[in-house]
Write a protein of this length. Structure first.
Length: 144
C-alpha cells in the first residue's frame, strides 16, 4: 500500500473510533425514534427548499406567503425539536439488580404462603423456637 492510502486508512480508522465513542453518535445508533425524527426533519426541509426555490417567486416571498412551504418548515422544526429532546433525555438505565431483588422477595413471599415448614422456620428464626409444654389443670370438673 502506498503512503497516502495507508495514511487515509489510518485517518478513517481514527475517525471511526472517535465516532463510536461519541455519546451523540451512540444515541443515533441505538435510538430508532431519534433517527426517524432526523429523517423526517430532512425530508420536510428538502420539500420546503424545493418548493421555495422552484416556484419562480423567490425564496423570501415563498417563505412568507406560501402556506405549503410554511407547513413543511414547521414540520421540519418540530421533528428537529423532538430529536433535540430525545438527545437531551437521559437514557434509562437497566436495573437488573433491582429486578432480581424484587423477584427474590416475591419468591420468598410465595414460599412463605405455600409452605408451612418455611413459615415455621422463619418464625423460629425471628422469635425463637416455640417451647413445647403440656397444660394440666389444677382444678377439677366437679369443683372438688
Amino acid at each position: 500500500m502506498s503512503k497516502t492510502k495507508s495514511h487515509t486508512a489510518d485517518r478513517a480508522g481514527d475517525l471511526y473510533g472517535a465516532a463510536r465513542e461519541n455519546p451523540y453518535v451512540q444515541r443515533l445508533i441505538e435510538d430508532e425514534a431519534l433517527r426517524e425524527n432526523l429523517k423526517d426533519a430532512f425530508v420536510s426541509a428538502k420539500k420546503a427548499y424545493g418548493r421555495a426555490t422552484g416556484n419562480g417567486k423567490g425564496p423570501v416571498k415563498a417563505v412568507t406567503s406560501d402556506k405549503k412551504v410554511q407547513k413543511e418548515m414547521r414540520q421540519a422544526a418540530e421533528a428537529l425539536q423532538e430529536a433535540r429532546e430525545r438527545l437531551q433525555k437521559p437514557r434509562k438505565k437497566k436495573h437488573r439488580l433491582g429486578k432480581l431483588l424484587l423477584l427474590a422477595i416475591i419468591g420468598g413471599v410465595v414460599a412463605l404462603v405455600v409452605s408451612e415448614g418455611a413459615r415455621k422456620a422463619v418464625l423460629d428464626a425471628l422469635f425463637g423456637a416455640e417451647e413445647e409444654f403440656e397444660y394440666t389443670s389444677t382444678s377439677s370438673i366437679n369443683g372438688a
